[in-house]
Design a protein around this ligand. Structure first.
Ligand SMILES: NC(=O)c1ccc[n+]([C@@H]2O[C@H](COP(=O)([O-])OP(=O)(O)OC[C@H]3O[C@@H](n4cnc5c(N)ncnc54)[C@H](O)[C@@H]3O)[C@@H](O)[C@H]2O)c1
Length: 231
C-alpha cells in the first residue's frame, strides 16, 4: 500500500492532498504545527504527527513515524509554508519565512530521501517563478524552493523531485483578500485542483520540474537554457 506524508496537511492544499491520496487507498501521514491535523487524520484513517518543519529533528521524526506506523514511505509532499504579506524590511519575519519555507524544504528533502521516498513534490508558488511585490521575502523563499527542486532533481537518481507552483487557491492563506480577486478578473482554484496535480506529478517520471497550477490549468514551467561561455 502506498504511504504518503504531507507537511502542512492540516489545512488548505495539504488537507486536499491528504484526502485525495486517502481516497485512492493510501496510508497518509499529516505533519503540521496545527493540531487541526488530528481531525483530518482521523477523518481519513491516517496518522497526525505534530511537526514544525523548521526543525530538522521534527522532519526526521515525521518520516520515522511514517515508516514505523505504515512500514515504508513512497510519496512526500513538502507543502507547509508561510508568508508575511508585507514589504517592510522586517528581519524577524524574514528569518521565520526562510526557516519554514526554505529550511523546512531542505530538511524535508533530506528526511524524505533518507526515508526511501520515490517521489517528492514541494509546494512553491507562482510567486516562486515571478516577482511578488506584495510579499518579496515570501517570493524569494519560493524562488529558493525552485532552485532546490531543479538542482536536486538533476542530482538524485532514485527519486523524482518536482515543484507545484499554485496561483490563487481558495485556502485560509488568501482569506484576507480572496473575495476581491474576482473583481480584478482573477480566478481562484479549488485546493483539490492542486491535489490532482500533485497526484499526477508524483505518479509521473519527470523530475526537476516546476508545474504551474491555476484554475483549470496545469502547465510545466519553461526555464530559459543557460549557455556557458567557452574559452
Ligand atoms: N493558497 C494559495 O493561494 C497559495 C498559492 C501559492 C502557494 N501556496 C502555498 O501552498 C502551501 C499551502 O498553503 P495553503 O494555501 O494550503 O494555506 P493554509 O494556511 O491553509 O495551509 C498551510 C499549512 O501549513 C502549516 N504550517 C505553517 N507553518 C508550518 C510549520 N512551521 N510546520 C508545519 N506546518 C506548518 C499550517 O499550519 C497550515 O496547516 C504553502 O506553502 C503556500 O505558500 C498557496
Amino acid at each position: 500500500m502506498t504511504v504518503v506524508l504531507v507537511t502542512g496537511g492540516a489545512s488548505g492544499i495539504g488537507a486536499a492532498v491528504a484526502r485525495r491520496f486517502a481516497r485512492r487507498g493510501a496510508q497518509v501521514v499529516i505533519a503540521d504545527v496545527n493540531a487541526a491535523g488530528e481531525a483530518v487524520a482521523a477523518e481519513i484513517g491516517g496518522l497526525f504527527v505534530p511537526t514544525d518543519v523548521a526543525s530538522e529533528r521534527d522532519n526526521d521524526a515525521a518520516v520515522l513515524a511514517a515508516r514505523e506506523t505504515f512500514g515504508g514511505l513512497d510519496i512526500v509532499h513538502l507543502n507547509a509554508g508561510t508568508g508575511s504579506g508585507g514589504v517592510e524590511f522586517d528581519l524577524d519575519a524574514y528569518r521565520r519565512i526562510m526557516a519554514v519555507n526554505v529550511d523546512g524544504t531542505m530538511y524535508g528533502l533530506r528526511a524524505a530521501v533518507r526515508g526511501g521516498a520515490r517521489a517528492i513534490v514541494v509546494t512553491s508558488s507562482l510567486a516562486g517563478i515571478s516577482p511578488a511585490s506584495f510579499d518579496p521575502v515570501y517570493s524569494a523563499s519560493k524562488h529558493a524552493i525552485i532552485g532546490l527542486v531543479r538542482s536536486f532533481g538533476s542530482a538524485l537518481t532514485d527519486v523524482t523531485v518536482n515543484a507545484v507552483c499554485p496561483g490563487f487557491i481558495d485556502t485560509p492563506m488568501i482569506a484576507a483578500f480572496r473575495d476581491r480577486l474576482p473583481e480584478h478578473g482573477l480566478a481562484v482554484a479549488d485546493p483539490d485542483e492542486v491535489a490532482a496535480a500533485v497526484e499526477q506529478i508524483a505518479d509521473g517520471d519527470e523530475t526537476g520540474q516546476a508545474w504551474a497550477v491555476q484554475a483549470g490549468q496545469l502547465a510545466k514551467v519553461d526555464f530559459p537554457p543557460v549557455e556557458l561561455v567557452r574559452c
